[in-house]
Design a protein around this ligand. Sequence first.
Ligand code: GRF
Length: 185
Amino acid sequence: MKRLAILASGSGSNAEKIMEYFQKSTKGEVALIASNKSDAYVLERAKKFGVPAFSFTRKEMEAGHLLKKLQEEGIDWVILAGFLLKIPEDLIQAFPDRMVNIHPALLPKYGGKGMYGMHVHEAVKAAGEKETGITIHLVNEHYDEGKIIFQAATTLEAQDSPEDIARKIHELEHRYFPEVIDSLL
Ligand code: GRF
């Protein structure tokens, strides 16, 4: 069984879908949930699924404690599901082609600095895009520029608000992220 760790900074709806999916899997298991926010709701979701969870500070991550923990736990894949800190290079290098991120837009558009959460949907709305979507990619030193593994698009109506766009994106994420991770194992 491949051992997955999920890093998340917020609500963790994607983390929940991944935990739910791998509960039935013989290929992989969610062995750990970690967050840089001690009050992140994702930690509550981990409790519900009986998955060990912990929080860490940016300083602890940059001092190598997160990497040490992932290695101690024999983690094979690191899944970023709404993780908002820049991953230290030594952590990326410890999981070559084994670190996956999901971005709520069709990269390379709407990627890069500051493009996360509602900022992405607001920018897509402001640009009058007729479609948007999700991108699941490997993480390398250049972050949102890692190898694209999967993309799915959804059409937008002129009257869609950024919140409507966020809802459409979450539906795509919840539908595809677990299966795409499974296909990588
Ligand atoms: C998702 O939209 C994901 O694309 C982005 O952060 C959001 C996380 O949502 N990276 P949740 O915490 O999984 O609900």
